[in-house]
Ligand binder design. Structure first.
Ligand code: NAD
Length: 502
């Protein structure tokens, strides 16, 4: 593990294609979660600093929207190549600030890069429709145009992937972008912005402004920002959606989750246990698509618990930069303690603590917590009702398929879900009935590939469009429909009737 006793460095914003020092005198500490040390101080922007970035982006938008599609595609291709070359460096930044293990960080970058590959196809994605001769001598066609200055506000858990979900499509569509990353792990955004400059992106097209509620409110209220794409927890997503739309903006706000995995009695229990362990404890459970509740149907419960319990001690927990470790620390000390609190509350509320991650001993001051497994968890218990966002897997029991389905239907979230079964008919019925936006059939973390779109239902998404893919292009453009005629002046005449096709 790399430990450092060096003085924390002070980070900067990225405005107009260059690093810009913060002026607010307010900062937020950035930790290395594996050591517990503060490694950086992050400036938190004022309204005036946010406005300076918006003015820069507004000026850049004038020429950027007029740039050719081939130029935009070429920049995306170049950025994709640079990112691929330097992914190891970016993965180290993710590990140093988020804590996730190096292989998982590389996976995050690969899934983010997919979205840049999608954006490389922008000339094809922005093709409109054309109808010739809708009336005598009249043609109609549609054009997708950029919105202007748009913003992205992102969470701590995917500091590279979630910004890449948004900014490639937004920029390729001809918008200029203000990114407000999570204050907990902000360096990945700066790395991405610098790489875009190297790829030839004109100054001011991509800006990174760090901050907290002050900067977020300034974004939501700013008259020159046309749209806001948000990913984070449900209470903040709701706030962003309500406030952003009340200021006349287009908003998509993706929120939290409580993803259930239904294990039917005919499932291969070994495969289901492997999937549950991977999906519940990967990235220390800090994934919005993590499986947090396994619903064991019929008599599958005891077998599933045994199989998961047997696998847990084999998972190597430790610093993300040590090869071989599979699960790193949590993001902050406070979050680690909050997650640990759910284990205690589950016990008090009648669940069985099969494996208690608090008993796992770690050296040093890192924000580590071992893997926990809770059985007989029920709706009404805090561990069931809340999004824990940590390495705690709850197992709930359901006597029948219908009872399991009812638990999913009654849950306020609808982000991801999965069914494990060998019965194709049951899986198809599940896919038909379940009220969740992303469904896995024997796939525990069904994050759609970049040419589909990502989004939950119910309290997991506020707005109409999903993130990235075709919906991403729709979100970052507006449609103009042109009706065109090149008349012969000789046949021109006055007609006060409402236009109709002839
Ligand atoms: P968060 O909601 O605390 O923060 C997200 C962003 O909002 C950050 O940039 C933060 O600075 C800002 N923010 C926080 N509090 C604010 C406030 N009071 N006013 C204005 N802005 C505020 O989320 P997080 O802890 O960084 O991330 C974890 C959450 O994100 C989990 O709930 C997880 O499920 C969710 N998430 C969802 C998805 C998805 O696609 N649905 C993906 C990743 C993460």
């Amino acid at each position: 593990m790399t430990t450092t006793t060096e003085k924390p460095i002070t980070l900067t914003h990225w405005i107009g294609g260059q690093a810009v020092a913060g002026t607010s005198n307010r900062t937020s500490p950035v930790y290395n979660p594996a050591t517990g040390q503060v490694t950086k101080n992050l400036p938190l922007a004022t309204r005036e600093e946010l406005d300076a970035a918006v003015q820069n982006a507004k000026e850049a938008a004038k020429t950027w929207r007029a740039s050719s599609l081939s130029m935009r595609a070429n920049i995306m291709f170049k950025f994709r190549e640079l990112l691929n070359e330097r992914k190891d460096e970016l993965a180290k930044i993710l590990t140093a600030e988020h804590g996730k293990v190096h292989t998982d960080a590389l996976g995050e970058i690969a899934r983010g890069m997919e979205n840049i590959e999608f954006a490389c196809g922008v000339p094809n994605l922005l093709k409109g429709g054309y109808s010739e001769q809708v009336s005598s001598g009249v043609d109609v066609y549609s054009i997708q145009q950029p919105l202007g200055v748009v913003a992205g506000i992102t969470p701590f858990n995917f500091p590279a992937m979630v910004p890449l979900w948004m900014l490639g499509n937004a920029i390729a569509c001809g918008n200029t972008f203000i990114l407000k990353p999570s204050e907990k792990d902000p360096s990945a955004s700066l790395f991405i912005a610098e790489l875009f400059k190297e790829a030839g992106l004109p100054d001011g097209v991509l800006n990174v402004v760090h901050g907290d509620k002050v900067a977020v409110d300034a974004i939501l209220e700013h008259p020159d920002i046309a749209a806001v794409s948000f990913v984070g927890s449900t209470p903040i997503a709701k706030y962003i959606y309500e406030k952003g739309t009340s200021f006349g903006k287009r908003v998509q706000a993706l929120g939290g989750a409580k993803n259930h995995m239904l294990v039917l009695p005919d499932a291969d229990i070994g495969a289901a246990a492997d999937a549950a362990v991977s999906a519940a404890y990967g990235s220390a459970g800090e994934r919005c698509m993590a499986i947090s509740v396994a619903v064991a149907v019929g008599d599958s419960g005891d077998k599933l618990i045994e199989a998961i319990k047997e696998r847990i001690p084999k998972i190597k927990v430790g610093a993300g930069d040590v090869a071989g470790n599979e699960m790193g620390p949590l993001i902050t000390c406070e979050h680690r303690d909050k997650v640990a609190g759910y284990i205690e509350s589950a016990k008090e509320q009648g669940a069985t603590v099969v494996v208690d991650g608090r008993e796992h001993q770690f050296d040093g001051d890192g924000f580590f917590l071992g893997l926990s497994l809770l059985d007989h968890v029920k709706p009404g218990m805090k561990a069931y009702d809340d999004e824990i966002f940590g390495p705690v897997l709850c197992v709930a029991r359901a006597a029948t398929y219908a009872e399991g389905m009812q638990m999913i239907a009654d849950n306020p979230y609808g982000n991801g879900t999965a069914i494990f079964t060998r019965d194709g008919g049951a899986a198809r019925q599940f896919q038909f009935d379940v009220e969740v936006g992303m469904v896995g059939i024997n796939v525990p973390v069904p994050v759609p590939v970049a040419y589909y779109s990502f989004g939950g239902w119910k309290a997991s998404l506020f707005g109409d469009t999903h993130m990235y893919g075709p919906d991403g292009i729709k979100f970052f453009t507006r449609t103009k429909v042109v009706t065109s005629r090149w008349p012969d002046p000789a046949s021109s005449k006055i007609d006060l009737g409402f236009p109709q096709t002839r």
